[in-house]
Design a protein around this ligand. Sequence first.
Ligand SMILES: [Zn+2]
Ligand SMILES: [Zn+2]
Ligand SMILES: [Zn+2]
Length: 172
Amino acid sequence: MTPSTASKVFPAPEHNHDLCLDEAMARARKAFEDKGLKLTPLRQAVFQEIAAASHRAIGAYDVLERMAARGERLAPISVYRAIDALVAAGIVHRFESRNAFFACHAGHEQRQLVLACERCNSVAEVDGARVFAAIDRTADAASFSASGKTAVVEVWGLCANCSGRDTRHAQS
Ligand SMILES: [Zn+2]
Ligand SMILES: [Zn+2]
Ligand SMILES: [Zn+2]
């Protein structure tokens, strides 16, 4: 994974999200292909709905409601199953502390740190390798055998767009 700039981590609210969507969809297709799985029309539609939330996490129920609003009435169980398949493929992540889901826009192998903005509700991922290494070391020092299942560490705060802290990019 290439290191992303601060502006890239949390894209500006007015950025062209269509580009993110295209990129995410291409990655989704590849992820399913690589695993020999099918990105069925339902999975694709559910992914589109989650990704359309524009870097925000949404609940499974919201996905269901939004699809219903567009005339796609689906059984909750089929939507939940589709979400499970997307999570398993690694293109959607579960946002544990909110019981919600967000589309992956990072493209990564390693475990990520999830940064969540308290004001605009944006969610972004950054490389978590060092954090997870520290967690493993700390657990080890306590003679605790970490299972490696700790996949997500969530950090709450304010994104650069909301705090105005990212002066390097604020001029444009
Ligand atoms: Zn975007
Ligand atoms: Zn991701
Ligand atoms: Zn924010």
